[in-house]
Design a protein. Structure first.
Length: 236
């Protein structure tokens, strides 16, 4: 089992306040201890306010590497691009000075782009200071989707990133081709912040935590990992 700390908040503002403060401290500590800090970022609605707040802080952003946890294989100006989301939230104001490592490259498929992406990620300091994860109503986290093509590789390889082709569902929408951090890379983080919003997803999280097949709910692989320190942030 991972080391698990659950933080339940009365509302999203309270969650954002504590998340922002802890992210700020992790970046400061990472720079102080190692010269640079690495922040792994997910998309989703839960972290948006904290990203926006963080961007307004006058930190030593030139020594911060921001890198994607996962990405749809779409152009960076696509409205479903996680890269575009990070640019419009975290990489504003002072945050604009951070070094941004993206996943999408010029390869025509995620599979073909994986090697180049792996090379870009291999330049990052490890362990990463913070990895922010979301969770879908299907129990996916990062782009580790249930029964996806590439899931087994993503859960077992010692590489940092891998290409995924998810089974199309209401959760994935029509874009199923993605790049993701592997379980190994997620475990290579000082701390993982798992952000969960609403009662429906809380029930999904509890179901994942209760145990079962990791292929049905890949979040279980993160929750089961002996080396991962997870802090769960939940708000209604
Ligand atoms: O790439 C994606 O498909 C999304 O980023 C997704 O994985 C998201 O992180 C979770 O669904 C959590 O979303 P919320 O933060 O909105 O709960």
């Amino acid at each position: 089992m991972a080391t698990l700390v659950e933080k339940f908040f009365d509302d999203k503002d309270a969650l954002t306040k504590e998340l922002s403060a802890t992210l700020e401290q992790s970046l400061i500590d990472g720079i102080k201890d190692d010269g640079r800090a690495v922040l792994m970022v997910s998309g989703g609605s839960s972290p948006a306010a904290a990203y926006k707040h963080l961007s307004t802080l006058d930190l030593d952003w030139q020594n911060v590497d921001v890198a994607m946890v996962d990405e749809r294989w779409v152009e960076p100006n696509h409205d479903k691009s996680n890269e575009a989301f990070i640019k419009s939230t975290l990489l504003q104001n002072f945050g604009n000075a951070a070094n941004f490592i993206t996943m999408k490259n010029d390869a025509s498929t995620a599979q073909q782009g994986a090697e180049k992406c792996e090379a870009a990620y291999s330049a990052l300091k490890t362990p990463y200071d913070v990895t922010i994860l979301g969770m879908g109503p299907d129990g996916h986290t990062a782009s580790l989707f249930p029964h996806a093509d590439g899931l087994e590789h993503g859960l077992t390889t010692t590489q940092t990133v891998c290409a995924i082709n998810a089974i199309q569902s209401d959760v994935t929408g029509s874009i199923t081709e993605r790049m993701t951090l592997t379980l190994n890379a997620i475990a290579n983080s000082k701390v993982v912040k798992l952000l969960i919003s609403g009662e429906e997803k809380l029930a999904v999280y509890k179901q994942a935590k209760a145990g079962g097949d990791v292929n049905d709910m890949p979040l279980r692989a993160v929750l089961n990992h002996p080396d991962i320190k997870i802090e769960v942030y939940w708000a209604p």
